[in-house]
Design a protein around this ligand. Structure first.
Ligand code: Z5A
Length: 216
């Protein structure tokens, strides 16, 4: 639970090329139609400092960065994002829709980089206190399919240069988290067309809104 104010905190996750950016706008419109227009933001990023840290994380100048440094930079950006954007919005009763959050740190740094869950959990507790997303939707598809979709990019960033095995660990971690926390983390099949994925997301949102007593 977001544990702060009356807003709700929804996050969207997935491996590279899963279609998050494409899906985010449709999710925001759907929530707005249901009377819960969200503030849309992203991680790493969401503040000037966070966007600067994002640059450090994605740029090849950071090649060889140690996994601890990567995780600490991500949580530094997250602390700023929570302080300046997410908590004030939630406290004001606004809903927040965020493109990636701490499940990504478990997946990319904890599993992908091999840092382990425990170290991520320490930083999560420090930076977030009890704040957790109310709902996390994971767009899932085979790694090869996601990479093929994202493959057209001219300049792959520092993560996109990783091998398939890295992304297989990331994907497996997301799926494990959904199994471990089925109420909060829900998996959406992202292998179909954009229209199919949009419909699945809308249905999942409606199911969750009904379960939460927020929509008939
Ligand atoms: N990261 C981290 O390591 N730890 C953390 O804690 C956090 C993040 C928060 C940047 O994130 C990197 O930060 C990320 C992990 C790391 N690196 N990776 N990988 P990001 O979210 O900004 O970057 P991304 O995951 O690389 O996003 P993306 O590549 O833009 O993927 P996407 O948003 O899921 O996909 P998309 O841009 O919407 O779609 C990709 C292409 O596929 C595009 O041409 C679409 O038109 C097409 N597409 C989308 N949906 C479909 C369907 N259904 N069918 C066919 N084609 C489709």
């Amino acid at each position: 639970m977001s544990g702060t104010g009356s807003g709700r905190f929804i996050t969207l996750e997935g491996v590279e090329g899963a279609g998050k950016t494409t899906a985010l706008e449709a999710m925001a419109s759907h929530l707005a139609e249901r009377g819960h227009a969200p503030l849309v933001t992203r991680e790493p990023g969401g503040t000037d400092l966070g966007e600067a840290v994002r640059g450090l994380l994605l740029d090849h100048a950071g090649d060889g960065m140690c996994a601890d440094t990567e995780a600490l930079l991500i949580f530094a950006a997250r602390a700023e994002h929570l302080h300046r954007v997410v908590r004030p919005a939630l406290e004001a009763g606004q809903w927040v829709l965020c493109d990636r959050f701490t499940d990504a740190t478990y997946a990319y740094q904890g599993a992908g980089r091999g840092l382990g869950n425990e170290r991520v959990a320490v930083l999560e507790d420090w930076v977030q206190g009890p704040l957790r997303p109310d709902l996390t939707l994971v767009l899932d598809l085979p790694v090869s399919q996601g990479r093929a979709r994202a493959g057209g990019r001219s300049a792959p960033d520092r993560f996109e240069r990783e091998q398939d095995a890295f992304f297989e660990r990331v994907r497996a971690c997301y799926l494990r988290r959904a199994t471990d926390e089925p109420q909060r983390v829900r998996v959406v099949d992202a292998s179909g067309s954009q229209a199919d994925v949009r419909l699945s997301l809308q249905q999942m949102l409606d199911t969750w809104l009904r379960e939460s007593g927020l929509h008939d």
